[in-house]
Design a protein around this ligand. Structure first.
Ligand SMILES: [Zn+2]
Ligand SMILES: [Zn+2]
Ligand SMILES: [Zn+2]
Length: 226
């Protein structure tokens, strides 16, 4: 359904821009600090209207990227995940500008994410390894049956449904509409995504403090390829 131009929000200053313009904006305005990082881009492999720009320090490993992508876009049942090529223990500093690689979450109902190393960049020192700089705005969806504003996603039919049409759908098929390429897969509800842009809050919006207050999940972490 190509229909909207998807803009995104800069979490550092609040600017609104489309994906390519956002990259230029970040490199022009937010390349400053002491910590050497890579600016990375993440996109849904089958819907590139879902996109993120984030920084990750050179001395980190891809483990922190795995953790971040799980929280913002993927986590439902503690499924396995993998980077292709490369394992989670791969050092960020061994990547090169221009590299693209794949992240896969859940080998059954798989979500595939394309990662691109955009540029070197500096940032102020911070506690959390990954800093989200920008992401696409949530998309406005309409009911595939009657064109009213959609309320849910019918995962069995891959359709959006409004509140009224949802009455005719088995409730096990209904999943929330979320700002993630994993929408509609397995039992994904977006509960761990805390990076919700709020134009009324002061900038930068880094969300570091929220982590401590979140509920703890018991999760089986499986190492697949490392
Ligand atoms: Zn900005
Ligand atoms: Zn699941
Ligand atoms: Zn409807």
């Amino acid at each position: 359904m190509p229909k909207q131009t998807i803009n995104g929000n800069c979490f550092i200053c609040g600017k609104t821009a489309a994906k390519a313009a956002m990259k230029n904006h970040i490199l022009k305005e937010h390349d400053n600090g002491d910590e050497k990082c890579y600016l990375m881009k993440a996109e849904g492999a089958y819907n590139k209207n879902y996109w993120l720009f984030f920084t990750v320090p050179m001395d980190a490993t891809l483990t922190v990227v795995d953790k971040f992508l799980r929280q913002i876009w993927c986590e439902c049942c503690g499924h396995m995940s993998a980077f292709r090529p490369g394992g989670k223990s791969k050092k960020v500093s061994t990547l090169l500008v221009g590299d693209t690689f794949l992240y896969e979450y859940d080998f059954g109902s798989t979500t595939e994410i394309i990662l691109t190393v955009v540029s070197e960049i500096l940032r102020p020192k911070q506690r959390e390894k990954v800093l989200l700089l920008a992401r696409n705005e949530p998309m406005t969806e309409t009911c595939d049956t009657c064109k009213a504003p959609a309320n849910d996603y019918n995962a069995w039919e891959s359709e959006f449904v409004c509140e009224n049409c949802a009455k005719d759908v088995d409730e096990d098929a209904l999943l929330p509409i979320v700002n993630s390429p994993r929408m509609g897969e397995c039992g994904y509800t977006g509960d761990e995504d805390r990076w919700i842009f709020d134009p009324n809050k002061p900038f930068p919006q880094t969300f570091s403090g929220y982590a401590k207050n979140r509920p703890r999940y018991i999760r089986v972490m499986e190492n697949c390829e490392d």
